[in-house]
Design a protein. Sequence first.
Lengths: 130, 213
Amino acid sequence: MPEATASDNGSDGVQIDLFSGNRMANLTSMEKIRLILDGVRDGNIVILEEGLSPDEESKLIEVTMAEISPDEFNGIEIETYPRSQTADQSFLDRLMGRQSTQKLTVIGPANQIQTLHKDENLISALVSRK
Amino acid sequence: MGLLTDLRDSISRVVDRLFSESEPKRIGIYGPPNAGKTTLANRIARDWTGDAIGPESHIPHETRRARRKENVEIERNGKKVTIDIVDTPGVTTKVDYKEFLEHDMEKDDAVRRSREATEGVAEAMHWLREDVDGVIYVLDSTKDPISQVNTMLIGIIESQDLPVLIFANKIDLEDSNVERIANAYPQHETVELSALEGENMDEVYAKIAEYFA
């Protein structure tokens, strides 16, 4: 099963949770958002193999805003590869109701993750300890 | 989902538009914080109604509630459109009250402002999903347009099938680079302007009248 959790279980480590597309496929939108935010609020870096739909991204922003609390949780840093220009050619996908959400997505606590570089093929991020 | 669902949605949208032809279109002004959304909203409102919408500031999250100016009638090149301008708070995925302390604010004020800002962003997202008929997406042309928030928001707008115009603002500044924006989002029309200085507003109004009519 393409899912991994890496952690040293120590207080100074950074846990990375990589969720497979299969694992997320059976969850509702709110379950996905809860899974992401619970992980991020624990200081983990969450990586989604297949990302979220635009509607789920919109709700993720909304719920994140509701949970921001001074000196406790500042929100999230989220990165995905930019949509390729060919993404808009998928007329057939849209006609058939298929939404292309297959984009690796990295989400972490805003105060611990900083994007260093991003282009169509690479996301480079600096992750600091809590 | 699929062909039938899309067909039903398309018919529903056409019927809605037919019956709401005389209703003003609600056009949401979206974009990241400090892109000049309120400056633009005020410029449009002042030019066509004489009134402003809200205060402008260089401090991020000055706009913390969506504000609406109703029945703004814009006419250019024989085309006329009546819109409600909805000026929305800048969308972000993080708000840290400490950012406001750098603008000579007391902690209590900064915390209150950050709380209002988070509510405002959530409200803006809600408007986008439920209550706007079209979007003007404002970007600061001196900054890299391929930020995650921009990519996500434009994806969300596209998924709602909303008509969108991208406005490359702040062309009066030396570092302005409109081409970078046009290249980043080639699927949408990019119009350059300076809302602050009123540069290229004729084209802005022509595009609004043409696009949202």
